[in-house]
Ligand binder design. Structure first.
Ligand code: PLP
Length: 404
């Protein structure tokens, strides 16, 4: 087919013309999807190996989630938190139970959950720990990605994310990721929290050394500091467990959740913590018009119910081993490094061969969609409904791309 009868080139041109260029998407224009598969405006099918950065852990249009959304659309969509609606309590209770925490505070985007966590930790620091006014400090890690607000980019170490967005919010100390001694040394009497991704997704699925997360847990307990785990990308089944922290038996003081919580249908995020932490917030001190709205709660409670069966965590763990075996077989054949946890993989392509972007473009030409991050790294995060055959298809496509 030639360009003038394909719809994709024109649709790409229009999108570029009418939007700010804050993303550099692959030139693919999707019009429908089901399960692990996407179809573009020209009818070409792609295997989704990004899953909306883990927002689509249950696949596109999971029937149970779509049914819940439809039913709720026909009854009630928004009340604001000025009133209580009939979907609210079940969602908060079932998510709190999944997390093993007393309370849940629902928001919308991941960045809002992170902002909520920061605010709660600061208030807890002043009111419970007794930190001097205005002195609260939070320890964070190099290579972090927690979102895009002005406060969050203030402690980003990625210059693209941070440069020219100052003045920056003070109150954060950055230490190397995975270095327990450095983290311990950074804690002082003003430290209210350590905020970490248990696996750094955006950085390329970077898994910290074994013992690091338990060490962080221990030092936080000893020094009366909150351990905030940003599980927005790593949580809710992605790594073969409900939370990435589970792999090392670690329970943080606060879980930050987002992405998959909305079932790929609506933005839903949340903070889960015990009453001694989340209880510091009083009426008027935090909120969001759309946070915990009826549609969001109706979908998200079904997400929690899917996770409560354990089926998706099991699939991710089992199928992740197949993905690992396939990818490890490509080390030395175009890959120079592979990190896999469940159905989540960071692949380092030999930079002498091609960039991550080029690899993703070539994968797309073979019907597999993935996303590069930081130069020559690709992240794979297929929906957890992917099958063994589809994993093989993705690995084979990658092998062909690397073989040139
Ligand atoms: C670990 C982590 N935290 C926070 C965020 C921000 O989420 P959102 O884009 O929904 O604001 C992301 C997004 O990629 C993330 O990966």
């Amino acid at each position: 087919m030639v360009d003038d009868i394909l719809r994709t080139p024109g649709a790409v041109r229009d999108a570029e013309r009418w939007t700010a260029h804050n993303y550099h998407p692959l030139p693919v224009v999707i019009s429908s999807a089901e399960g692990a598969w996407l179809t573009d405006v020209d009818g070409k099918r792609y295997l989704d190996c990004l899953a909306g950065y883990s927002a689509l852990n249950f696949g596109h249009r999971h029937p149970q989630l779509i049914a819940a959304a439809h039913a709720q659309l026909d009854r009630l969509t928004l009340t604001s938190r000025a009133f209580i609606h009939d979907q609210f309590a079940d969602f908060c209770r079932e998510l709190a139970e999944l997390c093993g925490k007393d309370l849940v505070l629902p928001m919308n985007t991941g960045a809002e959950a992170v902002e909520t966590g920061i605010k709660v930790a600061r208030k807890w620091g002043y009111q419970v720990k007794g930190v001097a006014p205005g002195q609260a400090n939070i320890v964070v890690a190099e290579g972090n990605f927690h979102g895009r607000t002005t406060t969050i980019v203030s402690f980003s170490t990625d210059e693209d994310a941070r440069a020219d967005f100052g003045p920056y919010t003070p109150g954060f100390t950055v230490v190397p990721y995975g270095d327990l001694d450095a983290l311990t040394a950074a804690i002082d009497e003003n430290t209210v929290a350590v905020l970490l991704e248990p696996i750094q997704g955006e950085q390329g699925v970077v898994v910290p050394p074994e013992g690091y997360l338990p060490g962080v847990r221990q030092v936080c307990t000893e020094r009366d500091v909150l351990f905030i785990a940003d599980e927005i990308q790593s949580g809710l089944g992605r790594t073969g467990a409900t939370f990435a922290c589970d792999h090392e038996g670690v329970v943080p003081d606060m879980y930050l959740l987002g992405k998959a919580l909305g079932g790929g249908i609506v933005p839903v995020s949340a903070v889960a913590a015990n009453a001694d932490v989340l209880g510091v917030l009083k009426p008027g001190q935090h909120g969001s018009t759309f946070g915990g709205n009826p549609l969001a709660c109706a979908v998200a409670v079904e997400v929690v119910r899917l996770l409560a069966t354990g089926e998706f965590q099991r699939r991710s763990a089992e199928l992740g081993e197949r993905l690992r075996a396939g990818l490890e077989g490509l080390v030395g054949k175009g890959l120079v490094g592979v990190r896999v946890r469940g159905l989540w993989a960071g692949l380092d392509i030999d930079p002498a061969l091609m960039s991550g972007r080029e690899a993703c473009e070539r994968l797309a030409a073979r019907g597999v969609l993935a996303k590069d991050t930081h130069g020559s790294t690709i992240r794979l995060a297929p929906p957890l409904v992917i099958t063994e055959e589809e994993i093989d298809l993705a690995v084979n496509a990658l092998a062909e791309v690397l073989a040139g």
